[in-house]
Ligand binder design. Structure first.
Ligand SMILES: Cc1cc2nc3c(=O)[nH]c(=O)nc-3n(C[C@H](O)[C@H](O)[C@H](O)COP(=O)(O)OP(=O)(O)OC[C@H]3O[C@@H](n4cnc5c(N)ncnc54)[C@H](O)[C@@H]3O)c2cc1C
Length: 401
């Protein structure tokens, strides 16, 4: 039986990119998913500039562009009497953000992992783990045909989403857990071109993003406390939310057509999970999940897979870093610390946004910003995670405040 350096369970934003980066460094990688590709998943689509920049660095952004995904070059934000509008933040080599359909993006990622040398098996459900003296040594899996088998690896990486089977099997403890705050419904519209628009009011949040096929995804968030009521007639609640939260968008909708059914969820968990143990690690939603309102899940999955792969590919002999238990433990501990350090600030900002209660201090700040194109640009850079919040407080802003 082959012993892989790593088996990655889950082949979307976190798993396919982890497999890609490990395979490119020469590791023997097996990438498994219970589903097939192309296939969709429940998610809206926005990728922040730092995520787009990673796609560019990994050589995948051209494929996203060539798939017909339009760049989102302007961003606007309307809340109370405030209206901010400016160019989308840029990073070197990256103009704008992107919102590719997941069945297209995830397929590009899986194919890139395969091209890098990872062995990819779809229609393969991981049902259990093999262990030796408390150390994970492989996975038990079942194919679509019902064939059950075992594969061995020196490291099993759970990239299997918020309800991670791997996290359950290793009993990874949760910490920094917060209650669900919102519920979300979204669908695709034709005849209403948009780049990236955000609208907020107490008790409501709406975003519109342009995607493939001249479609615009419009998502509406409402408080979790309303979920039981909303799910009785989600379409009525979705439309009423757009009307109340985003009146200018609502007016444009009279010219538009709903091009798909409505999708939604109230299962918007907020947590960190312990990220590693003997022979296992978690990446992406499996190890850390947050309300989707600020659209950081895909960008953060890319960031985490890069942090994990950087540690596992480090040292004179990266194969030894994965395969020697002591070096593996040290690499995974560094990954876990870096993950928490990088993810905590956005996690907390996200919790604030998900309360759906615009802060009066924020409104004061936004009023001071909205007449200045430079400060507006800086504000959107902070939202995109390119600048830290302190960088917003220039002399100009302090004088205006
Ligand atoms: C409504 C909604 C809107 C969102 N909007 C955005 C947004 O605009 N921007 C953004 O960045 N993020 C958004 N997110 C979050 C984003 O979708 C996730 O953070 C992202 O998909 C996480 O990627 P992942 O690879 O960690 O997990 P997932 O995308 O969940 O992939 C996990 C994979 O693991 C596979 N799997 C699971 N269990 C097993 C098993 N036992 N065996 C084999 N395979 C298995 C699944 O089939 C799946 O393919 C949104 C989420 C929701 C719910």
């Amino acid at each position: 039986m082959v012993t892989y350096d790593a088996i990655v369970v889950g082949a979307r934003c976190a798993g396919a990119t982890t497999a890609l980066l490990l395979a490119r460094a020469g590791h023997r990688v097996l990438l498994l998913d219970r589903t097939e590709f192309p296939s969709d998943t429940l998610s809206t689509l926005y990728i922040h500039q730092s995520g787009v920049e990673r796609l560019a660095r990994w050589g995948l952004l051209d494929q996203v562009r060539q798939s017909g995904c339009p760049p989102l070059q302007t961003v606007s934000y309307r809340v109370a009497d405030v209206y901010l509008r400016g160019p989308a933040p840029t990073l070197p080599g990256v103009v704008g953000a992107y919102a590719p359909r997941r069945y297209i993006l995830d397929t590009i990622l899986v194919e890139a992992a395969a091209a890098a040398g990872a062995e990819v098996r779809d229609h393969t459900l991981v049902t259990g783990l093999t262990t030796d003296d408390g150390r994970v040594t492989g996975v038990r899996l079942r194919t679509n045909n019902g064939i059950e088998t075992t594969e061995r690896a020196n490291l099993v990486i759970g990239a299997d989403g918020m309800r991670s089977t791997i996290a359950k099997l290793v009993d990874a403890p949760l910490y920094a857990e917060h209650p669900n705050l919102t519920c979300v419904y979204f669908t695709y519209w034709s005849g209403i071109p948009a780049d990236f628009e955000i609208y907020e009011r107490p008790g409501g949040w709406v975003a519109a993003v342009g995607t493939h096929d001249n479609l615009t995804l419009i998502a509406g968030y409402l408080p979790q406390a309303q979920f039981a009521h909303v799910r009785r007639d989600p379409k009525a609640a979705y439309l009423a939310n757009i009307q109340a939260t985003a009146p200018p968008l609502w007016q444009r909708l009279s010219e538009a057509t709903m091009a798909d059914r409505l999708y939604g969820t109230g299962d918007q968990r907020n947590f960190f999970r312990h990220a590693h143990g003997p022979g296992w690690a978690l990446v992406g939603d499996a190890g850390h999940h947050k309300d989707s309102i600020n659209a950081h899940g895909i960008t953060d999955a890319f960031h985490q897979s890069e942090l994990l792969a950087t540690e596992l590919n480090s040292g004179d002999d990266p194969t030894a870093t994965i395969n020697d238990p002591i070096r593996q433990h040290a690499a995974l501990a560094r990954y876990a610390a870096a993950r928490d350090q990088h993810m905590k600030p956005t996690y907390h900002t996200n919790l604030v946004t998900a309360r759906l209660d615009p802060d009066p201090h924020l409104l004061t700040l936004l009023r001071a910003i909205q007449d200045s194109p430079e400060l507006t640009e800086r504000y959107f850079q902070v939202v995109a995670g390119i600048l830290s919040p302190e960088d917003l407080f220039t002399r100009d802003l302090l004088a205006r405040l």
